[in-house]
Design a protein around this ligand. Sequence first.
Ligand SMILES: Cc1cc2nc3c(=O)[nH]c(=O)nc-3n(C[C@H](O)[C@H](O)[C@H](O)COP(=O)(O)O)c2cc1C
Length: 342
Amino acid sequence: MVNNYSAWGIDPKKFPANGTIKAKIAFILRYGILAPSTHNSQPWDIKFIADNKIQIIIKNEKKLPFADPSGRGLAISIGTFLQNIILASRALQVECSSYRYSSAKSSLTIEFQAKPKATTNGDAVLDAIVARCSNKRAYTSAPIPDSILTATSKLAIQNNATITYIKGDKDLNAIADLYQASALRFARSNGFIKELKAWMRPNKTSHYDGMPGFVLGLNSLQDRIGRILLGRVQSFNDLTAKKYHPLIKHGPILGVLCTRADNHQAWLSAGIAYEDAAVHFASKGVSTTLLAAIIEDKNGRNSLAKKLGTKLYPQIFFRAGYPYYVGQHTPRKPLEVCIIEE
Ligand SMILES: Cc1cc2nc3c(=O)[nH]c(=O)nc-3n(C[C@H](O)[C@H](O)[C@H](O)COP(=O)(O)O)c2cc1C
């Protein structure tokens, strides 16, 4: 029987500390595939091109023509995948010594080197990678300590990005209004809704990808009705866009991750920086989730940059907070399915 959640059950004790570098890399890759991706499309396949070198084949066919016309989301998803690999290798006895990204060739080559000894507090990071999920439900009003916000801002800078945090009722409300205007534009695009619907999954899906309704807190019946109405009833499409207003307004905090440039390399960096921060948040029990509409909508993105008073390029907009409800994992393609043999 298909177990489309088995990827989440990694036992770090099974790391082959005395095995070959290839076996170690294969273990590390198990953390890579847990990364977030647009619509949970998991746009990656993996090929070993040497015992210590892998090529990530970026699956352009998974790009979402309506939600992600530029391919920003695809590149961010590859960045989050890479960052999980970097974090896991740092935590284990391997070093991710270099990587080369080519958007033109749709590939990312990563080279590793064995290290004599682990140098970090390995298990905590590994646990946090597994604990992270995009928790799309409401968060409590409990503030996130400044120490966590400062730490994640510093991580962003180390990853060639910045994170600006927005809090306070007035600003959160203003951004919720902006977000809603963007989300409604998408909700009125037939192509976007059709595409979204194609990635929605029933709660008991046996698919390896896509988004089951439970991530939004829907039970099986609500989920079924929702998938019937979406795309058929415009007021329902609008309602799905409007449901984000209260979530954003009540924060307790929003993050805007920006980069200096706006190209494939910058989008990759944005993905790396986001995942670094998201795993740090997860290690402290803080939930996060991305919301792309305000970035993908030109008006929304310009207004957001103006509101922040920045000349940098907003790449990722996210919510963060302590959850009322424990976040649930989405399905994953098992590693064995991602690996392409020569
Ligand atoms: C670039 C990017 C954009 C995303 N945009 C949205 C979004 O607009 N709305 C949303 O609910 N989730 C968004 N997500 C979260 C994905 O739906 C989520 O990562 C995916 O379903 C896998 O679930 P997980 O993150 O819980 O592992 C986005 C993720 C990425 C990487």
